[in-house]
Design a protein around this ligand. Sequence first.
Ligand code: ZN
Length: 293
Amino acid sequence: MHTLTFTNRQAFFDYLQNVPEFREQREYELAIVRRHQDEAVYHLDGYCKVCAKPTLFQVDAISSYQQTEDGLSLPNWRERLLCESCQLNNRQRAILHQIQAALAEQEHSESPTIYAMEQVTPLFHALQQIFPHAHCIGSEYVGPEHQSGAVVDGIRHEDAEALSFADNSIDLITSNDVLEHVNQPLQSLREIFRVLKPNGNLFLTIPFHADRDENVRRAELVNGKLTHYLPEMYHGNPMSEDGSLVFNDFGWDFVGEMQSVGFQDVGLCLYWSSFYGYLGAPLSYFYARKPAA
Ligand SMILES: [Zn+2]
């Protein structure tokens, strides 16, 4: 799987408009959708990098939100393509794939410390399975009454704006669709930067608005008082049936925010692979690295 990295909207849209590869990916995906348009659920052959074996990826209409010009409903490729063995979706498998590649490339200690901003999820379970020699730490936001680092009914609580970890203590951090739910995401980026070791890697996904430069604040918590600037939006939350409030919509300013706290090699990375079941161009995650000491 090769990735392309972008740091601004102009370069990103130049690529989408002018590079044939992207159009070919979209046409490949549309052909699949047309072929299976009468099936509620179907499966595509591929290879799961997490399971390290050939598998079938399940496609269905759950959380689909887009239609083609001729009225075909497009799958939500990012959130579907569930591997029949590990049940991880496209973006979860892809981020674990990137983590595997990063740990293989870098001169880490024999037992790297990996921190995931999630614990009660299939992704964290898979992380522990595929890196048995790593020290894998997961956490959830359990509630404002708890101190970061506290373990509540087996679940570690961490406030993303005030992590309990020591400076320079973690080799790799992954944060998947978390920061949009954080009141002060810039403070959270500062904390991630602080606790990463020099040369430590960050792999991060957020719902990203690639057509915008500005980050847009939907809600804000000031002195315990919640103000909504835009209609309330909630995403699924494994810790609460009420879901998680979205505080922020991110545009390309997010790249600048990562750079402003000190990260290097920051960018939006595009990935695509029919073999690995990474359909849905343009699919992306953010990468950043803390500079060497
Ligand atoms: Zn799998």
